[in-house]
Structures are given as C-alpha cells and as structure tokens.
Design a protein around this ligand. Structure first.
Ligand code: PLP
Length: 411
C-alpha cells in the first residue's frame, strides 16, 4: 500500500494566496465595476530587454539547424555561462571557479532541494518573517514537528523586527543549517558586512552551513552593502549561495538561476569537496540523478543578460522598479504610515496603523483604496502587524494605487 508523506499535512502556506484571491473575488462580487490595483505580487511586469531577446532568438535558431543543434548540455550548465558568472563575481573581487557554479532553472527549486544533501536530523534556523519556501521545504523534509502557535516545533526562528532593523542575529543555540534571504523578502532589509560576518563566524565555529538566497542582490544600490556572502572572509568554508535571473532580468517565466557550492565548503567531517560532490551527484545535469540541466535557450538568454549591453539594459529595468519603490515609500510616508525597505530591494514593508492585524489592514486597503497587498503574517509570526507592497508593477498602476490610497484610505 502506498502511503503519503504526512509532513505535507503540516503545511500552512497555501492558505495565504488562496485567501487573498478569495477576499479580492468576494469584494469584486459586491462591487463589480471597481478597478483593483494589485501591488501584492512579486512577479515582474516589464518585457525582456532587446539584447536578451536577441540572445534567446539566436539559441532557438541554433536548435533549428542540424549543424548547430544541441541536446543535453554540460553537467553543471553551459561552460560559457559559468565563465561569464565567474567573471561577474571577479568584478566584485570574488574568486570562484566554473566548477563551483551550478546553473539551475530558477532559485526556488534549489532553495528547497539543497536540503536533500544534509542529514534529516539537522536543525534548521530561519529568519522570521521570510520567503516561505525555506520553512515549507524543511517541513516536507521532516525536519520539523507540528505547527503550534504560529511556529513549527523543531525550527529555530531568528526574529526580525523594528528593534533589529529586520536583520536576524545568529541563534543562541547550536543549529546546522541557516537560511538567510538578503535582501529579505518581504521586509526589504539588507544586512551589512559586519552583520553577515557574525553569521559566517557562527557557521565556522559550529560547522553549520549557510544557505544564502540573493535573488534580489542586483537591487542593492548602496555600495557599502554586500551583494554576495563571499564578500565576507571565510564564507567559502560555510556558505552556499543561490541566485536567479528572475527578478533583475525578467526571467520569472524564462526560468534560470545559479547555485554556488564552494569546493572549500566543509561540514561534519571537515572533508573539502564532499558537499560539492553530493550536490553534483544530485544536480549535475546529465551526470546528476535528479536534474537534467536548464534549458539551452534560457542559458543563451542569460549569457546575453551578462554581456556589457545586457547589464546596461537591465540596470534600467532595475531602476524602473526601484523608482516605483521610491514613489510608494515616499507617498505612504507622507500620509503618516511607517514604512520600511524599498531602498535596496523592490519590497516595501508597511506597519499597520492603529495596531490592526495584517489581514485587517489588507481588508482596509482593499475596501477603501481598492489596492491589493500581501499580509505580513503570511511570511511568519513576526510579520503580523505588517503588509508587504511590491514594486513589480506597471508605473501607471503604481500611480493610480497611490492616488487612491491618498484620497480614500481613512487614517
Ligand atoms: N528567492 C526569493 C527570496 C524569492 O522571493 C523568489 C521569488 O519570489 C525566489 C527565490 C524564486 O526565484 P526563481 O524565480 O528564480 O525561482
């Protein structure tokens, strides 16, 4: 008799987006001709840049010609792309070999699947609030107990709130795996080098591993803030970094990213290269067991993103979204709301007024201003009392939403 993985029964996450859709649909049923402005979602809206489209098209053409056709790709991804990424890091004074870079089909899968190379009894620490994938994949993998009072037993939560500027501090107890999301989704906060150093020191001391998700790194404009964990001395011994072309190059649908597993990374027995070889076995394209490589078309597109022209064009794309973020932050501050993030990340984190809970303020924004947000409580217990707005919106809609909030939101 086949039985099911009962850990799935413990999951809470799907509730958030189902509930948002339900509340918006209920509102529209009662108010059929209302224009709703959606500022809740973290999906990109602007088209791919010219250079990227050219790159993608050239790959399609190659596939349509017998002389240039290719099937399965190289084990860890196209060597040209891994070299371009190695150069990308070199410009930031980070030395990574092509062997240490694994091309993936977007960051989400690797953020979850990386857990499979570590022991089931490993204790996981997670920032609260944060992108829900790390918590949910820990639950599915059987690394947690039940969900009680807004938290899973067995997980170590690193609370992020106004007191610590929404930046986590290393746990007091000993943990084995630490997820960090930097810039953080949903708070938009970014750790300094000194703050990251405390995690690297902790991880080296405890032989723990840091899983560093930097899907929004290219949104960091403050030059003193680190864009990669490898800017911190010692990080190659203890950190895996996961990145993506989704948010800064519009690849949310194209699907492409990369994961860095340094050869120097050590865990329990201190043997260098062991973690790398396990990930390679799992994920190493045609030589791996569970992944056959990312699309060759998408990889050609990513090469175009990393070309000088591609990078210049994508800087404009980032500037477009960050201009939205600035507009949102400025307008909401002007009407007296307390607003965080939005400076080095495309998310704006808003404290609810009058101690409303996240869902109450979500309803208020929807009913009075017709604006859809994401309740902060959906990202963890510490997110209660906040909502998240996203800058990934067409500028016209941002302006309409802000005008409506100014005119109609009763504060
Ligand atoms: N990491 C973070 C922090 C995210 O917010 C997201 C998407 O919203 C992802 C990873 C997923 O990125 P990808 O599209 O590369 O799977």
């Amino acid at each position: 008799m086949a039985t099911l993985n009962k850990n799935y029964n413990k999951l809470q996450g799907a509730y958030l987006f189902l509930e948002i859709t339900k509340r918006v649909n209920d509102f529209l049923k009662k108010n059929p001709n209302t224009e709703i402005m959606r500022l809740g979602i973290g999906d990109t809206t602007e088209p791919l840049t010219k250079t990227v489209v050219k790159g993608l098209l050239s790959a399609v053409k190659k596939l349509g010609n017998k002389k240039t056709y290719t099937g399965y790709g190289e084990a860890q991804g196209d060597i040209r792309l891994r070299s371009a990424l190695s150069d990308f890091y070199k410009k930031r004074n980070i030395d990574l070999s092509v062997q240490e870079i694994f091309i993936n089909d977007g960051a989400k899968g690797d953020c979850a699947n990386i857990q499979s190379i570590f022991g089931v009894d490993n204790v996981v620490a997670i920032a609260d609030p944060v992108y829900p994938v790390y918590v949910d994949s820990s639950v599915i993998a059987g690394r947690t107990g039940e969900f009680i009072n807004g938290k899973y037993e067995g997980l170590v939560y690193m609370e992020c709130n106004e007191k610590n500027n929404f930046i986590p501090v290393p746990p007091k107890q000993k943990v084995d795996i630490i997820y960090l999301c930097n810039p953080n989704n949903p708070t938009g906060s970014v750790a300094t080098k000194e703050q990251l150093k405390t995690f690297v020191d902790y991880a080296i001391k405890n032989k723990a591993v840091i899983i560093f998700d930097v899907a929004y790194s290219e949104y960091i404009s403050n030059p003193s803030l680190p864009k990669s964990i490898y800017e911190i001395e010692g990080a190659k011994k203890c950190a895996i970094e996961i990145n993506s072309f989704s948010k800064w190059a519009g690849f949310t649908g194209v699907r492409l990213g990369w994961t860095v597993v340094p050869l120097d990374l050590v865990v329990e027995d201190g043997q260098k290269g062991k973690v790398h070889s396990l990930w390679s076995r799992r994920q190493g394209g045609s030589q791996g067991t569970m992944f056959n490589g990312a699309s060759n078309i998408a990889q050609e597109g990513a090469l175009a993103v990393l070309s000088p022209l591609g990078q210049e064009e994508n800087k404009k794309l980032i500037a477009y979204y960050m201009d939205n973020a600035k507009l949102i932050k400025k307008s909401l501050t002007e009407i007296g709301l307390q607003v965080f993030g939005g400076e080095n990340a495309p998310y704006i984190w808003i404290k609810t007024p009058y101690n409303l809970n996240s869902w109450e303020f979500f309803d208020k924004l929807l009913k009075e201003a017709h604006v859809v947000s994401t309740p902060g409580s959906g990202f963890g217990k510490e997110g209660e009392g906040y909502v998240r707005l996203s800058a990934f919106v067409d500028k016209k809609n941002v302006k309409k939403a802000l005008e409506s909030i100014k005119k109609n939101l009763k504060l």
